[in-house]
Design a protein around this ligand. Sequence first.
Ligand SMILES: [Zn+2]
Length: 424
Amino acid sequence: MRTLAILLSAMLIAIQMPAQERCQSATYQEKIRMQHPGIASELSRIQTKSKSLQDQLRTSSFMMRTVNSWDTIYIPVVVHVVYSDDAGNISDDQIQSQIDILNADFNKTNSDFAKVPNVFVNRAGEARIHFQLATADPEGRATTGIIRKKSGRMMWLDDDLVKYDGHGGSTAWDSKSYLNIWVANLSGGLLGYASFPGGLAEKDGVVIRPNVFGSRGKLMPTFNKGRTASHEVGHWLNLKHLWGDITCGDDDVFDTPKQRSHNTGCPSFPRINAGCDNGANGDMFMNFMDFTNDACMGMFTIGQVFMMRSMFEEDMPRNAMLESRGLDKPWNLTPSPTTSSEFSGKMKVYPNPVSSSSLTLTTTNDENWVGKYFFIFNQSGQMVMSGKLNLRQHSINVSKLSGGVYYIRVGSDSENLSTRFVKQ
Ligand SMILES: [Zn+2]
């Protein structure tokens, strides 16, 4: 009986603490294909075109000139923090640490690039893709690019419910113009999953659990350098796993070695798997598209970079991102439907009109507003000042503002506060 009890409790622990699963994007993508057979032709068109673009570049004697002529692509990011407890409600600082990592990893400025073995260094590529938290929402209103949603649901599956307000999640912003990242607790030890280009617009983006997001905050020791997001955003830009998700498979990229399967932990170079004939250098286990520990990853290849950049070409699924206004100055001062005005009593500014240099802004006794940003706009909709609210009662130096009508907005959660004041 005691043995049975021990066995049962061991089984329970096994159920409660499953092994970490780095990424489920490949099985997720298969599921999407089955559920939406209509997208098959689009997916196949994308694959064919990206392969032909890659082939052109690969055979071109002007390859390096092409790379050197690339403009930086700017991607507005919106992070949906969907949480049920404090641990899941990660800080703005943790979110920014993840944005910084994406920029380093996609642009070969990550400090641990130095760990890449010499034989692979020349294959490393710089994508010239820059990620930034959105400054304008899809309607042109000011935003910090961070949405916080408290949810009654503690765990999420890779079934995309987290991507809908109606299911206790947070609905995507127009995925043609924003990279949507959901930070939410995934069940089953899953670290993250991503949609591939060409899928459903409302499900487009990546989902990552909070304790592997960024490099600051409460993080799992082996996944504490933000590489889950670098890997998932790689999928979002059409990169496959190095082994193509079958034994010794192909990832449709010309310069990644064939690989038998995934690697975990932190292998030593060279890592040679029998039966896959990938030469003396073996697996490229330090590539972001393997499953190794965060500290042991450090590169995308030039071929992978071509693949990702090809998604922004004409007729390709990320092309519209080049026209996004998500990083513009906000141009719309119309209060959003969720906006509370001064009349709700949640925010007050005084004195109003203000003739002195100091305007005091107070918010309700709600800690949500402390640490958020305020934005001041003139009547033409230009942002003239911004800053962070350090206290519930915050003093803003408005001495540099000339006389006139201004609007002040505070926001970043599901709610924005805005009001109008006059400087004399
Ligand atoms: Zn993956």
